[in-house]
Every structure is written in C-alpha cells, then in structure tokens.
Design a binder for this molecule. Structure first.
Ligand code: ACO
Ligand code: LMR
Length: 264
C-alpha cells in the first residue's frame, strides 16, 4: 500500500488544494451561489457543519448586536488611543481586542459554563448565586456598568425575543432570567448582560437544534468557542473607530491631569 509521510499539521475545517477553496467540504461556488451568509460560514468553519437558518440568523444577530457599543467602552477606548498614537490598523485593532476578557465582552464562555452546570444540576437561582458568592466568583453574564433593572439592555431583549420566537427551547435562557430576577433583588445593576444572554442562548441553540451530540456540546463549552462571537463582532466596530480617528486626524491622546487622583 501507499506509505504516507508523517505530517506536522492536521487540519479539518478547510481545504484550498482544489480548483476552489472548500469550507467544511462546501465549495466556495456553493457558498456564493446558494446565498450563504456570514452565519453559515461561521457554522462551517467553527462547527464543521451547516446549521438551520434560524441558528445562522441568530449567529448573525449576535454579530450585528455586538459590533459596537460606542467610543467609551474598554475596547474602543484602547483602539482610539492607539490610533491617535499614530499606529496602524492592526495595532489599533488588537489593542482594543486585548481588553476583551472576563469583565468586558469575554464572559460568554464562562456564562455558558456556569449556567449550564447550575441548570443541569437543578440548582435554584438562589443556590447558584449564593454558591458563587461563597466561592468569591462574580456570576459571569450578570452585571453592567451602565445598564440597570429599570434601564435594561435592549440587545438582550432583542436576542430573547428572537429566540423565544424561533428556538424550539429556551430553557437555559429562562434559567438565566430567573438568576437575573434573583440578582436584581440584591442590586439594581445586576442585570443579565449581553454576554450572559448570548452564553445561555447558545446553550439553547446547541441543545435544541438537534445538530450536536451531548459530547460535542460539552466540548464546545469546555474549549470555549463563544467569546469568539464577541471578538469577531467587536472587530467590526474597532476597525471603524480606527478609521474614524484617522479620518478626523486626531492628535496624540493625553489623559488630563485633572482626571487623575495623584496620591501617596
Ligand atoms: N455577580 C455577583 N455580584 C456582582 C456581579 C456579578 N456578576 N457584578 C457586580 N457584582 C456586585 C459585587 O458585589 C460588586 O462588589 P465587589 O466589587 O465587592 O465584587 C458590586 O456589585 C459592585 O460591582 P462593581 O465593580 O461596581 O460593578 P461594575 O459596574 O464595575 O462591574 C461588571 C460591571 C464588570 C460587568 C461586573 O458586573 C462583572 O464583573 N460581571 C461579570 C462579568 C461579565 O458578565 N462581564 C460582561 C459584561 S457585558 C459586556 O462587557 C459586553
Ligand atoms: C459593550 O457591549 O461594549 C458593553 O456592554 C460594555 C459597556 O461598558 O457598555
């Protein structure tokens, strides 16, 4: 038989050797001619399968909703400062991306992990939140700097409305809402945030679509695919902020002394 030389890389998501590139076996001509969207391309390259339209639509809504949130948030601030320091597009973009993490935009995977674990173990919201408190861990997906119980995040509402209409089940999201009801009874800033909404709803997408085995869902949650949605989405806004600063020919940013408490 054939003797195969050992390879240094294994790749399973795309192939560029033929006449046209293929994403998870789907040739580029089909992607273009059959009117695939960004949600389909994400499904192919991240999940290695085509997902039903309501799933790819949901992915696209996540991308659109998280593309930007104004100039004042951590990521945009870094990007703006970097662009104003005369740095190039990639430097300005990654400077903003590097702020994405447990407090800002990067709580989606942990929200999915903790909500899944708590729901699957039948913990009441009280038991879940109080056990997190005992461990000294803030509940990922809960809390916001400016959103409040009486000034909810519209993005969360839009995601919930879409899922309630199109998903076969929204049990994880409903659990996250019960957790929010409990946390809001403790403090008015402890709303379900966009990371928590996406984290819980993606669990519903994975479990309800019938496209993933239990083992695959566990692997996706364990590896942590979902922060990728925010990273991808927010790149759109961060690139926009870079162009904006360059277009406006903004000078080097220096933070005003008056806004610093100099103290010993
Ligand atoms: N779980 C439990 N208690 C909380 C939480 C939470 N998620 N968030 C705030 N609190 C409570 C704590 O008692 C906190 O006091 P502590 O500092 O002793 O822990 C108190 O509220 C006040 O918190 P602040 O630090 O003033 O809240 P802040 O407005 O700075 O924090 C933040 C906002 C960072 C989003 C916070 O709520 C948090 O860490 N949430 C979890 C991570 C998360 O979901 N991040 C994504 C946000 S959405 C986005 O970035 C797109
Ligand atoms: C965002 O999407 O960037 C925000 O929810 C974070 C913020 O501080 O507003």
């Amino acid at each position: 038989g054939k003797v195969r030389a050992p390879t240094h890389i294994i790749s399973t998501i795309s192939d560029d050797r033929g006449e046209e590139p293929c994403y998870a076996g789907v040739p580029m001509s089909s992607i273009v001619e059959q009117g695939y969207g960004v949600g389909d391309v994400i499904s192919l390259l991240w999940f290695k399968r085509s997902l039903p339209r309501y799933c790819t639509h949901f992915i696209e809504i996540c991308i659109m909703l998280c593309a930007d949130h104004g100039p004042c948030v951590s990521g945009a601030h870094n990007t703006i400062v970097t662009a104003r320091a005369g740095k190039d597009l990639v430097s300005s973009l990654v400077s903003g991306l590097l702020t994405i993490g447990p407090r800002f935009g990067g709580a989606i995977d942990d929200a999915a992990r903790y909500f899944k674990d708590a729901y699957d173990r039948n913990l009441t919201p009280y038991e879940f939140v109080e056990s997190m408190k005992k461990k000294g861990i803030r509940v990922p997906g809960i809390g916001h700097r400016i959103k409040r119980g009486d000034n909810r995040d519209k993005r969360v509402e839009l995601l919930q409305r879409f899922a309630r209409t199109h998903f076969p089940s929204v049990k994880y999201m409903e659990y996250a809402v019960q957790v929010e009801t409990y946390t809001l009874s403790k403090a008015n800033n402890l709303v379900l945030n966009v990371d928590g909404a996406i984290g819980s709803l993606f669990l519903d997408l994975l479990a309800g679509s019938g496209m993933f085995s239990k083992q695959e869902i566990d692997e996706i949650v364990e590896i942590g695919y979902l922060n990728g949605l925010f990273v991808l989405a927010r790149s759109i806004g961060l690139i926009g902020h870079t162009f904006d600063q360059k277009r406006l020919k903004q000078p080097l940013y220096r933070h005003p002394w008056e806004d610093v408490l100099y103290t010993k």
